[in-house]
Design a protein around this ligand. Structure first.
Ligand code: HEC
Ligand code: HEC
Length: 454
């Protein structure tokens, strides 16, 4: 404790020496709230996130092209960046994503004829490269930094994937609703979609077929050769594409210089008084947010049933419900549990929760304030019209969700309107200003020549 406060004072001096303007502000908040807040932060392993290692330029260049290129999708009509678009903060602004066959970008994107919504909200890719142990909202891709990785592909996952984020990038191209398409589909030019004809468990053939498309384009051959100079073209596999995509995500979308991160680096003036009061609630006993959203990423490490309304086509055996982690093999104890979302930059990525049930942070906080009541009284008119009929507000579903809602949320928190505003203000302090406008990441063109922003 002693060493720690000495260190704190010392770092504080460093910040002041570099010109922190909080020093002379007479109206600044009293020192005591900072002492209290720094003490309550101490228990949650919250640390500032330092700079991410620079990724090799040729890898990032290839990864950017792949991220925006619709040639990766069966029907040549959708790219990763359609759903994880820099213009909408590496998400799509929709409650539930719209996959192949759809048209438009961002919140106004619409379903194609005969298609269904993707069952979940597209998470932002901001900070996905920070090394979380679980990816996807049910954590079905998991593992430590260097592997081994648990994924839906089991033993056929190629070796040599350097990170969990690279392992994740193997899967969107195999997903029929998102990118691959349905048997019998024709692509945007009316040609047969060869990816869609492959079997659902035939991951390897899908990866090979996507690589055949890529390596038929000379510009991709040179980009792959520049990114992987040691690998002969004949040895290139989709794991190399996935590695490059992850390098781009990490390089371009790691955004950790928020006011809260500067506060963690001992700049007391980085947060407003209101944000500090919100932080005290967040890390304190009244709101208990940090008990699920703790650790360096403010979440990401565990799953909980937060009593979120059920919405959409659902997944797996229990469709039209979505049991989240409870749907995975051997995880039936996790019914309706989803990953506690890491919260940096959360202000930028509405709508919220695994199915986008809440359009604003205020709506999220009203939900948390009394979960059982909020779920019973959920007002589906806050959803886009196309989703309102897909809200599962029947008594059986609500009771099933509430039956194992997390104990920390089964009773009202008793937050006042002022406290809710303070919590929202704190969540807004998690925004890195450089994440607000990412539109410069959109390339003018991609090697396939397919349109980029449509
Ligand atoms: C149709 C929209 C769509 C497309 C296209 C798409 N994604 Fe996603 N992405 C989603 C949705 C929805 C999820 C959450 C799914 C789940 O958890 O079950 C997701 C999850 C992810 C995650 C996990 C993030 C986290 O916080 O756990 C990453 C990383 C990701 N996608 C990257 C990609 C990449 C790379 C591509 C292209 C190869 C891609 N996505 C294509 C919609 C899309
Ligand atoms: C019992 C664990 C738990 C507690 C306590 C908790 N959360 Fe969460 N939080 C979660 C889970 C799980 C999710 C994801 C739920 C889902 O996707 O359906 C989530 C999602 C969120 C989201 C939405 C993020 C996004 O991008 O969609 C916000 C914002 C949030 N929590 C803030 C808070 C705040 C503020 C508090 C304190 C009032 C809090 N949480 C308390 C587990 C918890």
């Amino acid at each position: 404790m002693m060493t720690r406060s000495v260190g704190t004072a010392y770092l504080g001096l460093l910040v002041l020496a570099s010109g922190c303007d909080g020093w002379n502000t007479p109206s600044g908040p009293p020192a005591s709230i900072d002492a209290e807040l720094r003490q309550s932060l101490g228990g949650w392993s919250v640390v500032p996130i330092g700079a991410t290692p620079v990724q090799a330029a040729a890898l990032v260049d290839l990864g950017q092209a792949l991220m925006f290129d619709k040639v990766l999708s069966g029907n040549r009509d959708i790219a990763c960046a359609t759903c994880h678009n820099p213009v909408t903060h590496a998400a799509d602004g929709l409650a539930l994503s719209v996959g192949t066959g759809g048209s438009g970008l961002g919140p106004s994107r619409t379903l194609g004829p005969g298609r269904q919504f993707v069952p979940r909200n597209a998470p932002t890719l901001l900070n996905a490269g920070l090394g979380a142990f679980y990816l996807f909202l049910d954590g079905r891709v998991s593992g430590f930094r260097s592997g081994p990785f648990q994924t839906p592909a089991g033993v056929v996952l190629p070796s040599g994937l350097p990170t969990l984020l690279a392992a994740q990038a193997m899967f969107p191209v195999t997903n029929r609703e998102e990118m691959r398409g349905a048997p019998g589909d024709r692509d945007r030019f009316g040609n047969p979609n060869e990816l869609a004809e492959l079997g659902d468990s035939d991951f390897v053939s899908v990866w090979q077929a996507v690589m055949r498309r890529l390596l038929a384009i000379p510009e991709y051959v040179s980009k792959f050769n520049a990114a992987f100079p040691q690998t002969p073209t004949s040895q290139l596999g989709f794991q190399h594409a996935a590695t490059a995509i992850a390098a781009f995500e990490t390089q371009a979308l790691t955004k950790t210089d928020s006011p809260f991160d500067r506060y963690l680096q001992h700049d007391d003036a980085a947060l407003t008084a209101e944000q500090k009061r919100g932080a005290l609630l967040f890390f304190g006993d009244k709101a208990r947010c940090a008990s699920c959203h703790g650790g360096p990423l403010l979440g990401g490490g565990d799953f909980a049933n937060a009593g979120v309304p059920q919405l959409g086509p659902g997944t797996g055996r229990d469709a039209p419900l979505d049991l989240g982690r409870g749907e995975l093999f051997n995880q039936s104890g996790y019914r309706f549990a989803f990953r506690a979302t890491p919260l940096r930059n959360v202000e930028l990525t509405a709508p919220y929760m695994h199915d986008g049930a809440f359009p604003t942070l205020e709506a999220v906080l009203h939900h948390y304030n009394d979960v059982p009541r909020a779920l019973r009284e959920y007002d589906a008119s806050q959803l886009p019209p196309a989703l309102q009929p897909m809200y599962h507000g029947d008594e059986a579903t609500i009771s099933a969700v509430l039956a194992n809602v997390d104990g920390r949320l089964s009773r009202p928190l008793g937050l006042s309107d002022v406290e809710i505003r303070e919590l929202v203000a704190f969540l807004q302090s998690l925004t890195d200003p450089s994440a607000r406008d990412l539109s410069s990441l959109v390339p003018a063109r991609v090697p396939s020549g397919l349109p980029v922003q449509e």
